[in-house]
Design a protein around this ligand. Sequence first.
Ligand code: HEC
Length: 295
Amino acid sequence: MRLHLDTNQRKLATVAGLCLVLAGMFTAVSYSVTLYRLFCQVTGAGGYTARAASDTAAQSARVVTVAFSTNVAPGMPWRFAPVQSRVQVHLGQDTLVFFRAENLSDTAIVGHATFNVTPDRAGPYFKKIQCFCFTEERLGPHQSVEMPVDFFVDPRMAKDADASDVDHIELSYTFFPSRQPQGAADLARFADAKPSAAAGQKLFATVCSACHELDRNKVGPPLDGVVGREAGSVSGYPYSAALAHAHIVWNATTLNEWLTNPRGFIPGATMPLSVPDKLRRQDIIAYLETLKPRG
Ligand code: HEC
């Protein structure tokens, strides 16, 4: 019994330590290179999408911090902020981050975002696959939306004598009122977006893999085949008593409640992270649904 408590206490200490690193949903997630490699091997993903037009062999162990900042042109009645202040990514890792925009006025407004990457010498290596900055964007009166930016840092940066030492990149966006509002895209499309397992996989890599591997214990239990599995049932993982005796099966509904508020859903459970945004939860659950039991 005492041994069990000790294990749990140690686990809690690790979790508490990790929380300092995580400090919220998307902030400063760090994870080990080994874990990342393993994740890539297991999923065969290598963090790339076809559109990244990059060589998977170029995947790099090098990690850089990408920090985000936002501005709005004077007089434009929008609130605009990054959802995560920074992420740590491997060179070549396809990464998904979010920005929240809200129109504070009574009329629809079309905006256009410009971006700036510093230091300048990192600019050519910062590759955006999907970005609201590609188009004129309309936001309805008092509407708010989370907009994705999908990017990777080109591994070739490590071979550029001028840029190889860069380990911190700052990406800043400024929204201006559009000069060509005709034909603008509607930002509401992000609010209506269908759940995407591909997006969920990228979120898993930056958010969940700090604590979860697919096929072995880390801080949390392995998540392969979690959909359809009874909660707290992986033998050899030291679950909290609350999760071990929860008597629920993980499916889209229970996972949604768990990720909304783990300790509200199962009081006494020890997972310290939640995913407040509904669309992000749906993406992650869509990804978990693709994971078959191993072995
Ligand atoms: C800071 C560490 C941490 C992070 C980050 C984290 N988890 Fe967890 N997770 C845990 C711990 C610890 C447990 C076990 C909780 C217990 O025993 O009460 C757990 C348990 C779970 C379980 C229950 C599994 C089972 O076998 O019953 C699921 C599902 C889960 N996590 C999903 C996720 C997802 C999805 C993410 C990313 C959005 C995530 N977790 C991020 C620490 C974490």
